[in-house]
Design a protein. Structure first.
Length: 628
């Protein structure tokens, strides 16, 4: 159906809608109590829409709707789809993969506590996200010093012949060697979870009771051990500031606004004590009301957070009464208990909000000052490079190419892109050399430049003829400066190719590895950038990035080639079956000598696949005999 037909046939039920551009990419995700009314509201008179919404509507070429049974289901689905598609026109909480979490591996018989940056539905319990990896490591080390949890990733305890060093120094209870029962181990883990949830007072009370009981039972060593844990926890708690006499669990959320950027600060209060704080940057907030920003943050944050407190204090009311009702139901369901969302107007809770707002403003100012400082430094480096290389225009976009191989095998090339002195990772490209045999870096560079700039010419022509959206023409964007990693010889090869494809007007320089000198075809003398200059640092950074990107790809291909075997040629033998066969038999030779019954008995195999393996090796054996 066309877009207009879809608009006429929208369901009048709750659900989620996905707006798409002409390439099929999702550019906006929203939810609605009534999809028909909400989606049609976008296509009204432009004077009733904000500039951002007008820009969104102008790019909508298609839409998709997903009907749900309730608005609560729509809310959860909306959060998941925003996280998955990262739509351009949604307010975006920065990807949670960049933030560390503390994870308790409850899916294991004897769980561990570790730091991770990946959320998985694996049965583990997650705490976070945290913005400071240093603070997470400090907490991790503290807990490991107080509670002797195991740290090894070993799953097969039967192979352990003796406890490891951690057991002998009192940092592990050695469950791998049967030195502790699972009940006792899980009791200790319960205390760790209580600490991470901010229930230190309850934890201290339980530990004191255990200490007194151990003393009464004349278990003086255990009593002393519990006493030491209590003292360590008390020292940590002394650093925590009491901010609420209600002794409640609260999250306090406030924001500060910058240009197209908002810093949201959240203070975590557990049992009336401030145990930590985090800040998050939201982007795409231009023309958004403060209530819209706070609503978007609350939805995205608590859809990812594992812990929901009993009370959430907000600086601004939520976007609407309907949003508040749905969010309250969502949070109540997630917490398995009552959750109150409040916007304080007076008293101590208002003072708490004001304190968090001041911290948000201070954090935003610090971030913007740092961004401005970095921007100034990189832009000055670009201008310095223009002066030293005698270029007509500042080299705003710089592309650098590098070749990597081992004796001519698995030869690859990298293209890295810097704009305004900063890396533009999304436009990095890597190439597998196709037409060159052996270690010929000059010919490899010619192939890569020919492929890159031939593609640029094709895309530019397609855009001119209206066959390609300019936003999709990545290769048509040309550099202001080309750097090839190598000396005069590599530069000559590069310039020859650029003349052939019609892009020799782009300034091109070769960078010699030894002295970091730049060469131009018009002069036999190198250009030597001053030591310690911003321009030299920029060139070194670009060259290092190109080298890193190329060698990473080369190592990946080399590793794949080394792990390839005759088993990869057999239909139905994937990585899991291949690994199972090699583990069972020890080598490809022994697999080839195995009987049908032996092959079929391997984990993951069956008679049909076993016959394929057997027939494949028999055919190879016949081919070998014929060749001889």
């Amino acid at each position: 159906m066309t877009l207009q037909e879809k608009l006429k046939n929208l369901p009048d039920r709750p659900g989620v809608y996905l707006m798409k551009d002409e390439t099929g990419r999702v550019i906006y995700v929203g939810k609605a109590i009534n999809l028909k009314n909400r989606v049609r509201s976008y296509f009204q008179s432009a004077k009733n829409l904000t500039a951002k919404t007008q820009a969104l509507v102008a790019r909508i070429q298609d839409l998709e709707t997903i009907v749900t049974d309730s608005e609560l289901e729509a809310l959860i689905l909306e959060c998941n789809l925003i996280k998955e598609h990262k739509p351009r026109y949604n307010i975006m909480l920065r990807d949670d993969k960049t933030y560390p979490y503390l994870k308790v591996t409850l899916q294991e018989t004897y769980p561990r506590l570790l730091m991770t940056r990946r959320l998985e539905k694996d049965g583990g319990k997650y705490f976070g996200p945290y913005t400071s990896a240093g603070a997470v490591r400090e907490t991790l080390n503290l807990l490991r010093s107080i509670f002797p949890l195991r740290t090894c990733s070993r799953k097969d305890f039967d192979q352990r012949k003796r406890p490891c060093l951690n057991y002998h120094i009192g940092r592990c209870l050695a469950p791998c060697f049967g030195k502790v029962s699972r009940d006792e181990y899980m009791h200790m883990l319960k205390n760790i979870i209580a600490f991470l949830e901010g229930k230190e007072d309850d934890l201290l009370r339980r530990l004191r009771e255990e200490m007194h009981q151990a003393a009464e039972d004349l278990e003086f060593e255990r009593a002393a051990e519990l006493r030491n844990r209590i003292q360590a926890l008390e020292q940590v708690m002394e650093k925590q500031k009491v901010v609420s006499t209600d002794l409640e669990d609260q999250d306090v959320i406030a924001m500060a606004r910058g240009f197209n950027q908002v810093c949201v600060q959240i203070f975590f209060i557990r049992g009336g004590k401030l145990i930590g704080r985090e800040h998050f940057i939201l982007e795409g907030t231009d023309e958004m009301e403060r209530s819209e920003v706070i609503t978007a943050f609350v939805k995205q944050y608590y859809s990812r957070s594992e812990f929901v407190p009993r009370e959430i204090l907000l600086q601004e009311p939520l976007e609407s009464q309907e949003e508040e009702e749905v969010l309250s139901r969502f949070l109540k369901e997630k917490r398995k208990g009552k959750v109150e969302i409040r916007v304080p107007k007076r008293g101590d809770k208002l003072k708490l909000i004001e304190m968090v707002a001041k911290n948000a403003l201070l954090t935003l100012e610090q971030l913007q000052n740092e961004q401005q400082r970095k921007k100034s430094m990189t832009e000055e480096a670009v201008l310095d490079l223009q002066r030293y290389l005698a270029l007509e225009e500042p080299p705003w976009r710089i592309e650098c190419f590098d070749i990597s191989n081992t004796m001519g095998k698995e030869s690859v090339a990298s293209m890295v892109v810097f704009e305004g002195g900063a890396p533009k990772n999304a436009e990095y490209r890597r190439f597998r050399i196709k037409t060159v045999d052996g270690p010929n870096d000059f010919a490899s560079m010619q192939e890569v430049l020919n492929r890159r700039f031939s593609r640029a010419r094709e895309e530019a022509q397609a855009v001119e003829e209206g066959q390609l959206d300019p936003m999709s023409a990545k290769f048509a964007v040309l550099p202001d400066l080309i750097i090839v990693d190598g000396g005069k010889g590599q530069l000559s090869s590069a310039r020859e190719t650029l003349r052939r494809v019609g892009y020799d007007y782009i300034p091109t320089f070769g960078l010699a590895k030894e002295n970091e000198w730049l060469f131009h075809e018009s002069s036999s003398e190198p250009i030597i950038l001053p030591r310690g200059s911003r321009s030299l640092y920029l060139v070194q950074r670009i060259r290092d990035e190109a080298h890193r990107f190329a060698i990473t790809y080369h190592r990946k291909l080399r590793a794949q080639a080394q792990t390839a075997s005759v088993l990869d040629e057999i239909s139905g033998i994937g990585p899991k079956r291949k690994t199972a066969l090699l583990r069972h038999f020890g080598s490809v030779k022994k697999i080839a000598e195995a009987t049908l019954e032996q092959l079929a008995a391997v984990d993951g195999m069956n008679v049909e696949i076993a016959e394929r393996v057997l027939n494949h090796f028999r055919a190879r054996e016949k081919e070998t005999k014929v060749a001889e």
